[in-house]
Design a protein around this ligand. Structure first.
Ligand code: ATR
Length: 281
């Protein structure tokens, strides 16, 4: 039931209608009996700063931020967590009642926990990681991988300039390329952090044969769950990690920040979201 006390949070993106976050957070809210609601916002492509500024003062408690606003979200904040600053991107904004806007990044935590769950054999310290993309999602991944001890992160992006800027922010352990046709005989991990494949299109193309048999392949895209990218990795016999696990894991600290308590353990998040994905929702 919505009351005059309802705590409102949400997700902002463009596009945002594909997002499963409202379903996930509202299932947790219902199970926990919290007077709260979580909705999707679609600010115009060029309207994120005005949107965030309008929420200053605590009209709503906070938002998750998705494509393409993660870097702008950090810029909109008055202060930020170390991880958000390291990433240069935020997936979580909190609108404090004193008017201050706080930025956090829970994507890195979500990413590492998804890897630990679906590829427990992976040791990110054992070899280079290849990150496809150079937007906010990629930045979050690079920050988390470096923190977890990855010896080298290779960033590949269509726009080389953007990959180079990213590499510059993170220093000598990160290298930038604009095409993935380099040999990667010792890659421990490959992550798609581009929006390629979102909504069912073709995913990034990789020289699959040059990857070692031990490489773990992850896609941040979760709609569809079995992206072309993951299908190609599976065909090559590699361990895959899907974006749904990361979505769930990054949402847990966000929920806690919005509503003051961790999500209730009774909800089978994966089943809930898989049902929707399988029904084409
Ligand atoms: P986010 O902040 O969520 O990461 P983003 O900043 O829009 O979103 O980043 C999207 C990523 O997908 C970028 O790396 C983008 O490449 P460019 O920097 O060259 O734009 C990548 N991307 C999107 N569409 C692409 C396409 N058709 N081919 C290759 N890369 C693409």
């Amino acid at each position: 039931m919505i009351t005059a006390h309802t705590r409102v949070a949400g997700v902002a993106g463009a596009p945002v209608r594909h997002s499963l976050s409202p379903l996930l957070h509202n299932a947790w809210l219902a199970e926990a009996g919290i007077d709260g609601v979580y909705v999707a916002f679609a600010p115009p492509q060029d309207g994120f700063p005005a949107f965030a500024e309008g929420l200053r003062g605590g009209a709503i408690v906070g938002i998750n931020v998705t494509i393409p606003f993660k870097q702008q979200a950090l810029a909109a904040a008055d202060f930020a967590s170390d991880l958000a600053r390291a990433a240069g991107a935020a997936n979580l904004l909190l609108f404090h009642e004193n008017g201050r806007i706080e930025a956090r990044n829970t994507d890195g935590e979500g990413l590492l926990q998804a890897l630990a769950t679906q590829a427990p054999q992976l040791d990110v310290k054992s070899g280079p990681a290849l990150v496809l993309g150079a937007g906010g999602a990629a930045r979050g991944a690079v920050a988390a991988l470096l923190e977890a001890g990855s010896p080298q992160v290779i960033v590949v992006n269509r726009t080389l300039d953007r990959a180079e800027q990213l590499a510059q922010t993170f220093g000598s352990r990160v290298r930038a390329f604009d095409r993935p046709d380099w040999a990667a005989p010792d890659a421990a991990l490959v992550i798609n952090a581009t929006s390629l494949g979102l909504g069912g299109g073709a995913g990034p193309v990789l020289p699959w044969k040059s990857l070692p048999d031990t490489a773990v392949v992850m896609d941040m895209v979760y709609k569809p769950l079995r992206t072309d990218f993951l299908a190609a990795a599976e065909e090559r016999g590699l361990t895959i990690v899907d974006g749904l696990e990361m979505l769930i894991r990054q949402a847990i600290p966000a929920f806690e920040a919005f509503y003051g308590s961790p999500p209730p353990p009774q909800v089978d998040e994966r089943r809930l979201l898989l049902d929707v994905l399988e029904a084409g929702g």
